[in-house]
Design a protein around this ligand. Structure first.
Ligand SMILES: CC(C)(COP(=O)(O)OP(=O)(O)OC[C@H]1O[C@@H](n2cnc3c(N)ncnc32)[C@H](O)[C@@H]1OP(=O)(O)O)[C@@H](O)C(=O)NCCC(=O)NCCS
Length: 176
């Protein structure tokens, strides 16, 4: 499995994944109704961005697209989703596209690579994530990767659990 940069020819796949019930559910949308227009990602624009505060990666296995990892600098990201935020952090979003690819170990490989990429910059102190508090499967997944709870927080209407992986905890795990 590899992580590669998202390209213009990934747009249709990314848009189709956005409408998958398990993807809509994890972002606080009704899994059974189409995404409202304002909630749809503008993938062509996101992929074409030249800003250095966001990276979009596609996980591929045997040449087949499996999922996506978005890495942002929460201090500089344009929408200021994370609010006022210290520098030298990263925030990650991850989702697997097809239901049939869930729970097969792909997410773990993608996340490990993304974490390694974040910490390859020596200035990065920690990585943030914000699953919905009801997303028990994702929370268990992140805990297994070494993330710990920071606290619950509302992002607009979404009740989330902020979690973080600190560089020292990650480095200790690498040494084992
Ligand atoms: C959260 C998510 C990214 C995890 O990715 P994943 O590929 O499903 O996760 P993994 O397969 O690596 O690990 C999950 C489970 O599969 C099991 N597993 C790991 N490797 C496996 C393998 N090779 N074969 C079978 N099962 C495996 C793990 O033990 C784990 O089980 P558990 O949760 O019951 O303990 C994915 O489930 C997902 O996209 N969910 C929907 C969107 C979402 O919630 N995103 C997170 C938003 S914060």
């Amino acid at each position: 499995m590899i992580l590669r940069r998202a390209r213009a020819d990934d747009v249709a796949t990314l848009a189709a994944w956005d409408e998958k019930p398990h993807v809509k559910w994890c972002t606080g949308h009704d899994p059974d109704t189409p995404l409202p227009a304002e909630a749809r990602e503008d993938w062509p624009a996101e992929i074409a961005r030249l800003d250095d505060w966001q990276e979009i990666w596609i996980g591929e296995a045997s040449g087949r697209r499996i999922g996506v990892v978005q890495i942002i600098d929460p201090h500089r990201e344009a929408s200021h989703y994370w609010g006022k935020c210290a520098p030298n952090q990263r925030a990650i979003d991850i989702w697997i596209g097809e239901e049939t690819d869930l729970g097969r170990g792909y997410g773990t490989v993608m996340m490990r690579e993304a974490i390694e990429r974040c910490f390859s910059d020596p200035t990065i102190t920690n990585i943030l994530i914000d699953p919905l508090v009801i997303n028990e499967k994702a929370i268990r997944f992140y805990r297994r990767l070494g993330f710990v709870d920071v606290g619950e927080r509302w992002f607009d209407d979404d009740h989330c659990l902020v979690m973080e992986l600190r560089r020292d905890a990650w480095a200790a795990g690498q040494a084992n």
